[in-house]
Design a protein around this ligand. Structure first.
Ligand SMILES: NC(=O)c1ccc[n+]([C@@H]2O[C@H](COP(=O)([O-])OP(=O)(O)OC[C@H]3O[C@@H](n4cnc5c(N)ncnc54)[C@H](OP(=O)(O)O)[C@@H]3O)[C@@H](O)[C@H]2O)c1
Length: 279
């Protein structure tokens, strides 16, 4: 991939998205960056629209708004080469505590927006017979923690979607990577970002303890978003990028533990698995 390449990054006013956009611009890439609030984005990047940078106010839950973002990107830069689905947020609570609206909102941002951007970019990628998609899932999309069932559901969805998408778009020269970060030092665990069930039920001790544990990690996470941004650029240059990439030693260790558990579970129940076949 050369530096003339055009990236579109969603959720760019803070955290990983902001680190990535800044790193890309420093390295001479051309970048369209989406945000819910353009003022926040230009404040945090300290940059306005120019020949290399296109800040876009986009409602990722609105199909037309998403489609327009891609039209504007191609009109501004002449092409699009890399899509990064970064925007997302954590949602905590017992399944029975979360309201339908809270659940739908989280799926709209964490899952439906990923689908909408991929639907919008594919006509361009198919025509040019190349393109890269990097979807940000989470270690919660493979080895989830107590208290975050709905967040896990959204991030598992991103995993499954990406795995099949990678196969489906291969014939057009499009490469898909799904990234599963562990805890990274962004605004993710800050009060302003996390959403919790507004109607709490007394009890659910394990869930409250888990939420406290995560809130207590805010600002001390081991993952460095600057290094994550470097890895994303490397991925875009890799002729054979991995389909799944676990980022952070915590993500690696949790994934490894889960794989061991899955292998054990599979073998322990092999008899039952085979039992349901016709003779
Ligand atoms: N940090 C971690 O520990 C961690 C671990 C695993 C996975 N992740 C995933 O990494 C991605 C980036 O998170 P981050 O750590 O950088 O968190 P962050 O600092 O809170 O940034 C999240 C970004 O997502 C966008 N966003 C948040 N809520 C949104 C909503 N309701 N509608 C539209 N956009 C929304 C925001 O974009 P604007 O405000 O600019 O619109 C923001 O820039 C997310 O998908 C998250 O699930 C993070």
């Amino acid at each position: 991939m050369d530096k003339a390449n055009v990236w579109l990054v969603t959720g760019a006013s803070k955290g990983m998205g902001l680190s990535l956009v800044k790193k890309l611009l420093q390295n001479g890439y051309r970048v369209a960056a989406t945000t819910r609030n353009i003022q926040n984005l230009t404040d945090s990047t300290k940059r306005f629209q120019d020949s290399n940078f296109l800040p876009l106010e986009v409602d990722l839950t609105d199909t037309i708004s998403v489609q327009q973002a891609f039209k504007k990107t191609v009109a501004h830069f002449g092409s699009i080469d890399v899509l990064v689905n970064n925007a997302g947020y954590g949602i905590g609570g017992a399944v029975e505590e979360l309201s339908e609206v809270e659940i739908k909102n989280s799926f709209n941002v964490n899952v439906m927006a990923v689908i909408k951007t991929m639907q919008s970019v594919m006509p361009y990628f198919r025509q040019q017979r190349s393109g890269r998609i990097i979807n940000v899932s989470s270690i919660a999309g493979f080895a989830p923690a107590a208290g975050w069932a709905m967040y896990a559901a959204t991030k598992y969805a991103v995993m499954g979607l990406s795995e099949v998408m990678a196969e489906d778009v291969k014939e057009y020269g499009v490469k898909v990577t799904v990234v599963a970060p562990g805890a990274f030092r962004t605004a993710f665990l800050a009060e302003e970002s996390l959403v919790f069930a507004s109607d709490k039920i007394d009890g659910y001790k394990l869930i409250r303890e888990s939420h406290e544990k995560y809130a207590g990690m805010n600002g001390k996470q081991n993952g460095n978003p600057e290094k994550l941004a470097e890895v994303f650029i490397k991925l875009s240059e890799d002729p054979n990028p991995p389909l799944r990439l676990y980022l952070g030693s915590d993500a690696y260790n949790r994934a490894k533990e889960k794989i061991n558990l899955l292998s054990q579970e599979l073998e322990n129940n092999k008899e039952l698995s085979f039992y349901t076949d016709f003779e």
